[in-house]
Ligand binder design. Sequence first.
Ligand code: XMP
Ligand code: MG
Length: 184
Amino acid sequence: MDASDMGLDLEKVLLTEEQIDQRLTQMAAQIDADYAGQNLLLVGVLKGAVMVMADLSRKLHSQVTMDWMAVSSYGSGTKSSGVVRILKDLDTDIHGRDVLVVEDIVDSGLTLSWLLANLKSRGAKSVEIAALLRKPAAAKVDVPVRYVGFDIPPEFVVGFGLDFAERYRNLPFVGTLAPRAYQS
Ligand code: XMP
Ligand code: MG
């Protein structure tokens, strides 16, 4: 899928495929250096983190294992409430493990803040976060994100795993939606 497949739904490309690829390469190098010799567990948060996990993990030289969680924020509409329900839990016992949560985006931070506390309560040795995107202006809680791809404005974005009503996850770039896309 590309910009031409979005018709008038695309407002603008915020981050190109090349920019994302270069940044993920840098993040992977940093993660390799920080976790050298350790037995790192990558935890991807479904569904948005699928693309980030796929690309970031393949750039790592370290031996890692991967697991997945699916969570959902209670509450209405598109806003995160901070009350989180686990839809799919880890298959892995993370007691004593070094865990790196892989996320698409940190918006209010409420979801990740809850997830961080939840994973720490299971006795993980360390829990850190890698997120492709962060919206600093939208932060409601301060979440320590160790690896951030890009800080972006507080606009709704799609692509590279991020959806609007489950669409546009398969865009290879990150873009903003034209207002007409919400209205239709
Ligand atoms: P919080 O507010 O808890 O939200 O940090 C995290 C989750 O909300 C979704 N989210 C978005 N999804 N475009 C999207 O497609 C966006 O701009 C956006 N902002 C937040 C996402 O699932 C994220 O994990
Ligand atoms: Mg997400």
